[in-house]
Design a protein around this ligand. Structure first.
Ligand code: HXC
Length: 525
């Protein structure tokens, strides 16, 4: 009797274990062998392979792998793949805890229904309450058509959480396939969007709808591929050559970010390598209008190979990115004289202001390198709203309470002088090189206005203009008037910049600044 009972118990245990093993196996299969083969044929990895590449080896812990949809329409009660088209869980990246979701295109084209949305929301909620970054890997046909409004509701729930998480935990979206329709708004609400050169597409309405409505014929790639979002719209911050490299970029990006808004950014003193700082003197050209590559200045001042540029191909007249200096993380903003002479246009203003707000939320000091002739003139700029866009930049700098340091390396003219992290917007330390020219406008332009009538009377106006211009430069095109007024704290030699920045950052480490109490400011979006 006792033995019979024991046998029965053993059998039950075996069948229970088999059932679990079977379910686990089923959930690992996603949409099945054929669909996985199709995915590989398209040059794409599966959702699981992507997670494995993204996170530290063997660190991924999956949850909700048995979740299925509850749809009984369209004969779907007979097609209930475990996991419902998304893999969710937690893992570490360079030993930092993160939450991850990865859409599985082999299951209903990765489309999002109620069950998938609930899984994604669960890891988002966990990420918010535990204060850890969330990374989404997107590869999906959008709202699951068979589920109607339930799938739209799912997107709404995700957008709401994206907004709640904003400024609390870093949110990263890696697009490795289609991301169509309203689905694009989740990545658009996150802090960083990464795309893969070949297989990523983002658009609100696809090529077929565009053709039907406007008659325009366009390919997926030309409508919403990585080159469009990397260089035209600015939606994509980083573009990888292939899936592996795109996921590598996501890992790299995470290495600069704190886990949440209450933590300090990572400090990494082990990998400090310093470039010869005297090189800086050679990088700055003799002639005042000669272009040079501001990136070389950044790369020389900061720890070797530590600069990660964002939005590299969009609004190239301004540079943004993360770097380290003596292991300390910093957010960099710099005018780029190689493009539009470094003038600020509406895209540059948008690019920099969003970055400032990210750094401010996550305790990352902002270092600004200034060489700006002004706002870009032109009918297009005025009519596209340079007033509104430029105001965002003023707002972002003024609102930011993290340590702010600026270095004027050459021009700082007019309104652009004020905007680019001037003392007047609450910058903690304003430094300037001897080559700095801080003035209302360029010397020649100023003299043409000041001496307009006088020049008309001259026999040789161009020679006289040159004399006036030289006098003007002597008087105003230097950092010393600003230094006399205390708007520049210190005029330094270029080779002193690195050590000045390190000393200032250390001094500002415990900076505390209170803004007036209010619900929130109204950024001129
Ligand atoms: C249900 C979908 C689906 C969807 C794809 N599938 N999209 N199932 N709902 N939205 C299924 C297909 O039926 C197919 O199933 C499988 O996924 C693979 O799709 P294919 O078309 O064979 O793949 P491919 O040729 O690579 O094309 C991928 C695609 C295309 C470009 C994404 O599937 C597509 O255009 N899908 C529809 C995109 C779309 O319009 N979505 C709705 C957007 S509106 P089988 O069983 O045949 O393998 C939206 C609103 C959100 O998202 C609003 C939020 C506010």
């Amino acid at each position: 009797m006792y033995l019979n009972h024991k046998n029965r118990a053993n059998k039950k245990e075996k069948s229970n274990n088999d059932k679990l093993l079977e379910k686990r196996q089923q959930s690992l299969e996603g949409g099945g062998k054929k669909k996985v083969e199709n995915q590989h044929k398209k040059g794409k990895l599966t959702a699981r392979e992507r997670v494995e590449l993204l996170v530290d080896e063997n660190s991924f812990v999956e949850i909700d792998s048995f979740v299925t949809h509850q749809n009984t329409k369209f004969n779907l009660e007979n097609n209930k793949p475990l996991g419902d088209g998304v893999i969710t869980g937690h893992a570490t990246i360079a030993e930092k805890q993160v939450f991850v979701y990865s859409q599985d295109f082999t299951v209903f084209g990765g489309s999002l229904g109620r069950a998938q949305a609930t899984k994604i929301c669960k890891v988002m909620d966990l990420a918010i309450t535990t204060g850890n970054p969330i990374i989404g890997i997107l590869d999906s046909g959008g709202a699951r058509i068979q589920e109607g409004v339930a799938s739209l509701a799912g997107y709404g729930d995700i957008f709401f959480r994206n907004t709640q998480a904003s400024g609390v935990i870093p949110q990263v979206s890696v697009i490795l396939g289609p991301c169509a329709g309203g689905a694009v708004y989740s990545p658009a609400l996150t802090d960083f969007v990464l795309m893969n050169k070949e297989n990523s597409f983002m658009f609100v309405t696809g090529p077929e709808v565009v053709e039907a409505v406007t008659g325009e014929e366009i390919s997926f790639y030309d409508l919403g591929g990585s080159s469009v979002h990397g260089s035209k719209t600015g939606v994509s911050h980083l573009v990888g050559e292939n899936e592996e490299k795109t996921l590598d970029l996501a890992r790299k990006l995470l290495s600069y970010l704190p886990s949440n808004n209450l933590n300090d950014p990572p400090f990494n003193p082990d990998i400090v390598e310093e470039t010869d700082q005297l090189l800086l003197r050679e990088l700055m050209p003799e002639m005042e209008n000669e272009p040079y590559d501001m990136k070389r200045i950044i790369e020389t001042i900061f720890d070797s190979d530590s600069f990660l540029e964002l939005n590299e191909d969009w609004a190239k007249n301004i540079i943004i990115g993360f770097a380290r200096i003596q292991g300390l993380t910093a957010g960099i903003i710099a005018n780029q004289p190689l493009f539009l002479g470094g003038a600020i246009d509406y895209n540059a203003a948008d690019k920099a202001s969003r970055f400032i707000r990210f750094c401010d939320s996550f305790n990352i000091p902002i270092l600004t390198f200034v060489d700006v002739p002004g706002f870009l003139p032109g009918v297009k700029q005025e009519h596209e709203g340079i007033i509104r866009h430029g105001a965002k930049l003023l707002f972002a700098y003024s609102e930011a309470t993290i340590p702010k340091i600026s270095v004027i390396v050459r021009k700082a003219y007019g309104g652009a002088y004020i905007v680019m992290s001037s003392k007047h917007l609450g910058t903690d330390f304003n430094l300037a090189w001897p080559s700095a020219e801080i003035a209302v406008m360029g010397a020649e332009g100023a003299c043409r206005i000041l001496y307009k009538n006088k020049l008309k009377e001259e026999e040789n106006p161009e020679t006289v203009l040159e004399e006036f211009t030289n006098e003007f430069k002597e008087e105003f095109a230097n950092p010393y008037q600003a230094a006399e007024l205390g708007y520049v704290d210190k005029v330094i030699f270029p080779e002193e910049t690195r050590s000045e920045i390190i000393a200032s950052l250390l001094l500002l480490q415990n900076k505390r600044e209170q803004s007036p109490r209010r619900k929130h400011g109204i950024s001129p979006v």
